[in-house]
Design a protein around this ligand. Sequence first.
Ligand code: C6P
Length: 421
Amino acid sequence: MSTANIYKIMDDPNSLDIDVERVRRDFPMLSQRVHGVPLVYLDNAASTHKPTLVIDAIRRVYEQDYSNIHRGVHELSQRLTMQYEEAREKIRVFLNARSRAEIVFTYGTTDSINLVAQTFGRANIGKGDEILISEMEHHSNIVPWQLLCEQTGATLKVIPFNDQGNLAMSDVEALLSERTKLVALVHVSNALGTINPIGPIIKLAHDAGAKVLVDGAQAVAHMKTDVQKSDVDFYAFSGHKVFGPTGIGVLYGKEDLLEAMPPWRGGGDMIRTVTFEKTTYADLPYKFEAGTPNIAGGIGLGAAIDYVHDIGLKHINHYENSLLAYMTRQLLNVEWLKIIGNAPCKSGAISFMIEGVHHNDLGQYIDHLGVAIRTGHHCAQPVMQHYGVTGTARASLAFYNNTQDIDRFIEALEKAKKFLL
Ligand code: C6P
């Protein structure tokens, strides 16, 4: 949602190109009742639901085509290998990568970042070097770098954000130096909703001689990602946040960088030849894919990408922007509630607090009214430390949400306030 200004009156979500009622029928989970009332699911930043298309693709794997892949000469293995590799091609197109060699299947964003830390990092970052991250990172984009610093003697530097929830380009410039070997930055903050200007930051980092990894966990389901246009070196995301299965994710890496990186996990599928004296490794991307992969997960993710493609990220982005503007306006009308993170460029996650009400009590109370939100530190404790709080409540959107969901959410907050304060 790169052009969103949350304070602008935007289009009415009900008048846009997405037929939300039809879309909702594609997601079986959404039609259920929770605690006797229809579910309002506003925890999409944690994980998204799956359309029937994805569920069917996974079922087909196990009912019709199942076997191991990349190994068998028999029909089933060939058939499933083809589907798995087709999914990789769909992801290549989705990210606009140059080649399938640049698309590594992982277990998720966390796994992708750890892979870069332990291969690119171990090979290229040493004592006296610096890794630059931001204050708004998810723990997945902090801890792998701390581990690497402990292993290599490198230093972790942190770009601060201001109280609005924005990074300042001047801080990025000031912290970059010839010692910076890698900038690891979140595209969209899960705790604040801020969309970071990754293009200009990548340019600055490259000018300083650093490589850039972007954590796209909260971005890919909401806006077009083009790795060639942004010139990012590594881009990570998780299948389960883009309507695909859990346990599957992607690391995009520029081919020359991946080529030069040593493998990380060793085992089957990632080798060319093995003797006790020496092992040689498989070509990209298999060099980084040791062991039997999450086959149904990869194929399910391919189906999820098909689904998103059919609706169109442009429509999704436009619709979600208007829904975010609607939700923001409704929340701003509630004078006893405080929004945490008011960056002008936001994606569909809003963190907030009600003074005198613990976020967990609030989350549990509105759960009984059928409204699912997330509460706590959102695996971004430094963000909580910035605001001096232990946690927030967070409502996060997907394109299957509608204005009725938001109205039910606001009503639930009103009731919670009466009951809990
Ligand atoms: N954020 C949330 O509720 P995994 O667990 O590997 O799929 O994703 C980790 C991750 C990395 N970066 C960002 C920006 C994220 O938001 C997440 C996951 C979830 O906000 C669970 S903590």
